[in-house]
Write a protein that binds this ligand. Structure first.
Ligand code: IFM
Length: 767
């Protein structure tokens, strides 16, 4: 029951039995997309408990003043209802056999096959196919084949565009127009209620009987927020009937630059639909599969060889790549990556530090152009960051903890969930005091600049972001009685502890940010005086640079205890120690919140997720191995991994410390967050950052790749059951192919235009 891994060597993820009480799992893990749109894998026929999502990246809307802006759920285009001699096809009725739902991550196609016997005894063999084109960002195809098995049947079909969907109750759209053209082409126009974005959805159906085109009478229906057609046909025993539903979706936001009016967009999208109709499902699929092959699988190939278990490892890595392409807005720098990608409504489509710390490494090393767009988004969202700083009494760029549209500023909700003890809504402090995000963004920008060597980006955007965030940090520092600066009242990466002082992660990252800004200031003054002058005019470098230096020097940085443990803040180690075994054994997250209120958790030694350990991993050379080991022993015992970001960080740390078994075990757990057997884990969408984490476990952890002080280092350590690992990465524009075996590391420069200097297992090499 549930996920089945029998065909993973063919790149196929299978569900071999419909699980109608856990619909969210396959809906999310089998979602499709192309960075422009994401389509959840809800089945064609409707079920109680399903979530049908079509999300278009960047189209944020605020439902009302009490809610924060979110990605609205566009009208549903996937529903197709079938009746066999008057009995509606539904897996909870009649009998089903030979069921399989399969996602082919190589081609991006989702299929479902089943033999279904209706309560009236009529049997049909059904096959459903679905593709979201990677090539044509607006196009989606569905194909359904019905075979009448033993008896003749009367088949009735209902299909159209259904705008009666919401985001768990919040209706983000006004209905604008709905109509049939030529009694054939269906068009539905809806407008977001606050951001005024027009969505135009079009659909057309075409039919074939035993492979020959068939024309069917269309019974047109237009209802409130729903436009659909009914068709019927009599089939003889043994006959097959095919329905193709071809759909496109476009929004006025896509054409902001071109300034298309709604009626021009309606006209254009209808023309596009007619082209799609001529293409048909099979060609659309073939074209899209070719794009997957060329853009992803040929460009970013990975190989893992080893025992039987390693087959899952390779699939998990490829599945992570599949996901990281689904939600990547490669086409537009005005949007970023939501914490749930485009596979569900969780976290409302907002992006977090997940982008810079967990996902950016994959994109920087494998698709630098896409990585650049993600960081350009941060530059374009500076107005919101400036506003947030001002609203909080600071200066410079204070990036939002949760970010949506460019000038939205902070979009983290103020309240979420209910306190188990008081029954009151729980205040979400992250939007106000989880401030490390500003340094994380600067860190991502710096990493991107060094790894890709993209000086054009740094000159236009990068240096400015690093300096603007330094302005924020300098204004944020507080004078302490000890003559040092402190950063009080924050939430660190471990969100179970709020209002802490001197969170190690935050302080070290802030100090890094201040120091880096001052360093760049001096470098640019010498090497790029014109750029320096431009930035000086904007950011007053002459006055700020000395302040950044002084700030970095005087900022208090927590130091290890006598036992070598780095205190994650000024409170954690004084908290109560409790036995966490019960929560560690639960197959769901945040179980501790069922027993303790967040107020109580403040004084307990329990971590939701890695905190100091993320710091060790980002600033590897700043901490002695004994400190890392002692801190590891201390924190691992107290960490619940209640955030999907935690396991991969621990795995990379374990690999760095040489604990191969632990690193592998944690990698497998990280790879199973969505792919694994826990049926409730993905209801609100997949965990986008965890896929970056899976890639990091393999390439950073086992592959031993890291950028250290501006240089490339490769210190691989394969898990015991792997005999080979091969991956590619870009280093300053050169594409390197790295092959690691138990006793050998081979690095080839596939581009070969420049010499690449690197260190392999401590020895200097050049390729
Ligand atoms: O950014 C994370 C955070 O660290 C933990 N809660 C979920 C967020 C989104 O993934």
């Amino acid at each position: 029951m549930g996920m089945n891994y029998e065909r993973i060597n063919e790149w196929i993820l299978t569900e071999d039995c419909p699980d109608l009480s856990h619909l969210g799992k396959c809906e999310a893990v089998m979602a499709q997309g192309n960075g422009y749109l994401g389509l959840r894998a809800a089945m064609e026929e409707r079920y109680v408990g399903e979530t049908r999502n079509l999300l278009i990246n960047g189209t944020f809307n605020q439902f009302d003043a009490e809610e924060v802006t979110e990605l609205p759920n566009a009208a549903d285009i996937t529903a197709v209802e079938l009746w066999i001699d008057g009995q509606r096809f539904h897996l909870a009725e009649g009998n089903w056999e030979e069921y399989r739902r399969e996602l082919n991550i190589r081609t991006g196609e989702l299929t479902r096959t089943v033999s279904w016997t209706a309560p009236n005894g009529k049997t049909v063999r059904l096959s459903f196919q679905r593709v979201v084109s990677l090539k044509r960002l607006h196009d989606i195809g569905l194909k359904i084949t019905v075979e009448a098995k033993g008896d003749p049947i009367e088949l009735k079909i209902r299909s159209g565009i259904d705008a009666r969907v919401t985001n768990t109750g919040s209706q983000h759209f006004s209905e604008i127009e709905k109509r049939f053209y030529e009694k054939k082409y269906i068009q539905f126009v809806e407008r977001t209620t606050q951001s005024n974005i027009d969505f135009v959805l079009n659909a057309v159906h075409q039919f074939a009987r035993n492979g020959e085109t068939a024309a069917l009478q269309t019974d047109v229906n237009i209802e409130r927020r729903y436009i659909f057609a009914d068709y019927s046909i009599a089939l003889k025993a043994g006959e097959t009937f095919t329905i193709e539903k071809l759909v496109n979706v476009q929004t006025t936001r896509d054409f902001d630059a071109a300034g298309l009016t709604l009626s021009q967009l309606q006209e254009k999208s209808l023309e596009d639909l007619k082209l799609l109709e001529q293409t048909g499902y099979d060609a659309l699929l073939e074209e899209s599969a070719r794009e997957w092959q060329e853009e992803v699988w040929d460009k970013i190939p990975v190989v893992i060889k080893g025992d039987k278990d390693s087959e899952f490892d390779l699939f998990a890595l490829r599945y992570a790549q599949y996901q990281m392409r689904l939600f990547l807005p490669r086409h537009d720098n005005r949007m970023n990556i939501g914490a749930k990608g485009l596979s569900g409504e969780g976290y409302k489509g907002h992006c977090f530090w997940d982008t810079e710390i967990f996902l950016l490494p994959y994109y920087m090393f494998t698709d630098p152009q896409a990585a650049r767009k993600l960081e350009e988004y941060r530059y374009l969202s500076l107005p919101g960051a400036h506003r947030k700083a001002q609203e909080n009494g600071y200066q410079g760029a204070m990036f939002p903890w949760e970010s949506a549209w460019l000038d939205d500023g902070e979009t983290c909700p103020l309240y979420q969930g209910t306190d188990i003890i008081t029954g009151k809504p729980i205040k979400v402090w992250s939007g106000i005091i989880e401030q490390h995000i500003s340094a994380d963004v600067a860190f991502g920008v710096w990493q991107y600049g060094v790894i890709t060597g993209d000086e054009d980006f740094m000159e236009k955007y990068g240096y400015e972001i690093i300096m603007d965030t330094a302005i924020f940090w300098r204004s944020r520092l507080e004078d302490g009685q000890d003559g040092r600066y402190h950063i009080n009242d924050v939430v660190g990466p471990d969100e179970y502890h709020e209002h802490v002082n001197d969170n190690a992660f935050t302080n070290y990252m802030a100090a890094w940010n201040l120091k880096k800004a001052a360093e760049y200031c001096e470098i640019l003054k010498e090497s790029k005086p014109e750029l320096y002058a431009r930035l000086d005019e904007k950011l007053n470098l002459k006055e700020n640079c000395p302040k950044w230096k002084e700030g970095a020097e005087k900022l208090y940085l927590p130091q290890p205890t006598e036992e070598g443990i780095l205190p994650m803040d000024d409170r954690f180690m004084k908290g109560q120690y409790i036995d966490l075994t019960k929560y560690k054994q639960q197959d769901f997250v945040a179980g501790i919140m069922k027993d303790y209120s967040l107020d109580q958790i403040q004084n307990i030694q329990v971590c939701k997720q890695a905190d100091c350990l993320v710091l060790f991993y980002l600033m590897e050379e700043q901490f002695a191995p004994e400190v890392k080991k002692a801190s590891w022993d201390y924190y691992v015992e107290r960490t619940l991994h209640d955030s999907s970001l935690s396991l991969s960080t621990h795995s990379v740390q374990a690999a760095d410390m040489g604990d191969d078994d632990m690193a592998y075990d944690l990698f497998r757990k990280a790879a199973s967050i969505d792919l694994g057997p826990y049926m409730g884990s993905s209801n609100e969408g997949i965990h986008a950052a965890s896929f970056g984490g899976v890639w990091q476990c393999v390439v950073y952890g086992f592959g031993g790749v890291r950028m250290l002080n501006g240089s490339l280092r490769i210190n691989p350590r394969l898990p015991g059951n792997w005999s080979e690992l091969t991956f590619t990465l870009y280093w300053k524009g050169e594409k390197l192919k790295v092959t690691v075996t138990k006793d050998h590391v081979d690095v080839q420069n596939l581009t070969g235009t420049k010499q690449v200097e690197l260190s392999v297992n401590g020895e200097k090499r050049s390729v």
